[in-house]
Design a protein around this ligand. Structure first.
Ligand SMILES: [Fe+2]
Length: 346
């Protein structure tokens, strides 16, 4: 007798207007992947209908079969980043799977938690500037990546180390039409946090690093049109990951006290207001799949002295949209030098 096929069920994510939850009627990893591969379009339709936020619970088994995380990632795009080729710092490498980035406060990774947000009530503050860590992944690359997958393997208590998500389609749609039209004509300059161009670095007068051509800050549109759904979304980043030497917004006065900074602060506060955000309280085995093209996300503080947190991450790229048509990757060295030479803080 043949085994019954595993099916999956999609439901809305509780407590928010966006996001979906996928449940399988089996906890057998091979059969879960087989079910996804049988109906990839149904999975992707659910993902995009939920504005690019999907939670799949119960995938703790990937701990013993790490390749399965890459197999799941490949359903969301053709190209999954190979971190052994793109990072110099071996502390983030997974033992056996080159596409997995290890994020943990435990050795050898020693990745610290973000700072504790300051709020005026006992609830976790979500909105910028009380919560400062809002960003999209690797926005200092052109083209930027499409989707991030995060698997939780070891966690602090669920009120700590949450991940927040902001629906930047809703945030854009809520703006006045005239303001939207003005934003459509603007770009922001995105830069790695460790090269002396962040707001804090400029305010402290830190030296600006000399960079190789493939490490230079990159301009990105402030409004992106999603290549799959056609929806327009704000594309923003925290002040750590923007350039406050030449930007953050070309054409507006640069620097921490300039017009560009004021507009970016206004947009970050707008997009991260509670009406547009969701806070994910992790459970071990949760896989969260998030679209960087139209969501902001933000890890929150946890007590790293008391608790260990271990996440595995993959990054899918290759479908950034028409703005990037035909572009070579800005971040690949042309002359054979090491990708991150001089940027070892990464
Ligand atoms: Fe991130």
């Amino acid at each position: 007798m043949t085994e019954r096929q595993v099916d999956f069920h999609v439901s809305r994510l509780a407590g928010t207007h966006f996001g979906c939850r996928v449940e399988f009627d089996s906890d057998d990893l091979a059969r879960i992947i087989e079910a996804c591969r049988r109906e990839p379009a149904r999975l992707l339709d659910a993902f995009y209908a939920a504005r690019g936020l999907m939670v799949i619970a119960g995938l703790d088994g990937i701990r013993r079969q790490p390749r399965a995380l890459v197999e799941l990632s490949e359903l969301f795009g053709d190209e999954v980043e190979n971190y052994r080729e793109t990072l110099t710092s071996a502390r983030f490498f997974h033992d056996s799977v080159d596409q997995i980035l290890v994020l943990s406060n435990a050795a050898p990774c020693n990745h610290p938690p973000p700072p504790r947000a300051v709020g005026d009530d006992d609830r976790l503050p979500r909105q910028f500037p009380a919560q400062v860590n809002w960003h999209t992944d690797q926005s200092y690359r052109r083209p930027p990546p499409d989707i991030t997958l995060l698997l939780a393997l070891e966690l602090p208590p669920p009120d700590q180390g949450q991940t927040l998500f902001a629906d930047c389609i809703a945030a854009f749609e809520a703006l006045e039409p005239g303001f939207r039209a003005r934003l459509e004509a603007l770009e922001a300059i995105h830069a790695p946090s460790w090269i002396g161009r962040s707001r804090a670095a400029v305010e402290k007068g830190e030296p600006v690093l000399d960079l190789q051509p493939h490490q230079l800050p990159q301009r990105q549109p402030i409004v992106r049109r999603h290549p799959v759904t056609g929806q327009a979304a704000l594309y923003l980043c925290e002040e750590k990951q923007l350039d406050y030497v030449d930007g953050p917004i070309p054409g507006l006065t640069p620097g921490p006290d300039g017009e560009g900074s004021a507009l970016m602060r206004q947009l970050l506060a707008h997009a991260t207001q509670p009406a547009f955000t969701y806070a994910h309280r992790w459970k071990t085995g949760d896989l969260v799949i998030a679209d960087n093209r139209n969501l902001l996300h933000c890890a929150t503080w946890y007590d790293a002295e008391r608790y260990r947190r271990l996440m595995w991450r993959t990054t899918v790229m290759g479908n950034p949209g028409d703005e990037y048509a035909g572009e070579e990757k800005s971040w690949i060295p042309l002359d054979g030098c090491a990708l991150m030479a001089g940027m070892e803080h990464a």
